[in-house]
Design a protein around this ligand. Structure first.
Ligand code: HEM
Length: 405
């Protein structure tokens, strides 16, 4: 307060001198004699004292999480942060024994990477992102936990990417194959992370074959085999009536990232048919077998669906499962259905591209780095501790509606 007073007094004194023409501002040299020597000294001292505090506040304040520069992460850092994420995943088990954060973290990094780049920002007010609040919330609280100080060490986008890799790695391991996606860091958060009001273009769950394949080609540059493998992420988790409005899991083990999704899509014996849930939701259900489901955009990888976009009541395809011809990516569905190792290899590689969307190793300032040059991080979790993750205190930035998974 005192320094502010001195500054203010000095400024008003300077203005008075200008007004009384003792300081001629049109000349290059300012006549200093009118200004007290001590006042000038006080200004210099004040600037010197305040500057470091200002810089520190900028670099550590939880109110302004937008930081471009973080220290380099070591392999030790990655291992430690991976364990924090593993403990989070372990801490949330539901009645059927599955871990909802596995699917949630994989979906979160996908939604973060839609748009210009993976930037640690998701618009929770925007329809396609419905259901992501609990996952953002838990990672955001972890990010600002004083004991980890992650907010000083990495961007939110990097934390979400690492969480996605750990989660997908656990899923793939459960399915019997290793995920080979590596973690590189250096993603840059948007200035309002984790919130944003951006309304990016997300893929249409009701879309047919052409629309689904074109989306990934146009926005991410993915080939048909890549897009097909990537959507195998839907072997994890489920749809929620209170989020997207669709209902049910795609496969029976919601924690396992494997080719069950492709095996089911290609299995005519399950008696796939379209069912209307309500005025705006139609999904594929099995006539025999389980309560598992598929979206149009899933089925469109195998069958050449052309949903009736004129039909506001739902998105019925023009053909039944039996009548529909094969879609341009059908051969890849069959290949992954036959070979889980092939699927996980392809998934690992396209997932790598997706979680680095908007970054390049060429453009200055947008590079991603290996934790230790030359040593790729395997992405596989260490054996998780079964200790219960203690809840962080009050949220650093309350923004998400309450609600567990
Ligand atoms: C054509 C592209 C895609 C469409 C239309 C789509 C659509 C959807 C929809 C409607 C849900 C249900 C959300 C809910 O009700 O909670 C969902 C969930 C999910 N999506 Fe996608 N998705 C697509 C691509 C992807 C990709 C590329 C990934 C990851 C690589 C992914 C991972 C997931 C996961 C893991 C879930 C389950 C989330 C949970 O259990 O909470 N999806 N997706």
């Amino acid at each position: 307060v005192c320094i502010a007073c001195v500054l203010e007094q000095t400024w008003s004194c300077f203005r008075r001198k200008v007004a009384s023409k003792q300081v001629d501002i049109s000349r290059t040299s300012v006549k200093m004699s009118g200004l007290g020597r001590y006042q000038v000294l006080a200004v210099v001292l004040a600037v010197l004292c305040l500057l470091p505090a200002h810089l520190d506040a900028q670099s550590t304040s939880t109110d302004s999480p937008h930081r471009r520069h973080f220290p380099r992460l070591t392999q030790g850092d990655i291992t430690e942060i991976s364990e924090i994420i593993n403990n989070l995943i372990e801490s949330n088990v539901i009645e059927d024994g599955t871990h909802p954060y596995i699917a949630g973290f994989v979906r979160l990094i996908f939604h973060d990477c839609v748009g210009v780049s993976c930037d640690g920002c998701v618009n929770l007010e925007y329809g396609p992102n419905a259901g992501l609040a609990p996952y953002i919330d838990v990672l955001n609280r972890t990010y600002y936990k004083p004991e980890h100080k992650l907010f000083k060490r990495m961007s939110q986008a990097d934390l979400w990417a690492l969480a996605g890799i750990i989660a997908a790695g656990r899923g793939a391991a459960k399915g019997g194959e290793p995920l080979s996606t590596v973690f590189r860091y250096g993603r840059i958060d948007c200035s309002t992370s984790p919130d944003t009001n951006a309304e990016d273009v997300y893929p249409n769950a009701n879309g047919g074959a052409r629309e689904t394949l074109d989306y990934w080609k146009d926005y991410f540059g993915f080939t048909y085999p890549e897009t097909t493998a990537l959507l195998g992420a839907h072997s994890l988790g489920r749809c929620h009536r209170n989020a997207s409005g669709f209902d049910g899991p795609w496969t029976t083990d919601k924690d396992s990232l494997d080719n069950a999704y492709f095996r089911d899509i290609a299995n005519a014996e399950l008696g796939w048919r379209q069912e209307k849930l309500d005025s705006s939701h139609v999904q594929w259900v099995q006539s025999v077998g389980t309560d598992n489901m598929m979206l149009n955009s899933d089925m469109a990888l195998f069958k050449d669906l052309r949903p009736d976009t004129e039909d506001p009541a739902g998105q019925f395809s023009h053909c039944t499962y039996a009548q529909c011809g094969y879609s341009p990516s059908a051969a890849h569905v069959l290949a992954y259905a036959k070979d889980n190792a092939l699927f996980v290899r392809q998934f690992s590689s396209v997932f790598q591209k997706m979680i680095e969307h908007g970054y390049t190793t060429r453009a200055a300032g947008r590079d991603l780095y290996e934790p230790v040059p030359g040593e790729a991080y395997e992405g596989m979790p260490r054996a998780p501790k079964r200790e219960v993750w203690e809840r962080a205190g009050p949220r650093a930035r309350p923004y998400a509606p309450e609600g567990g998974v």
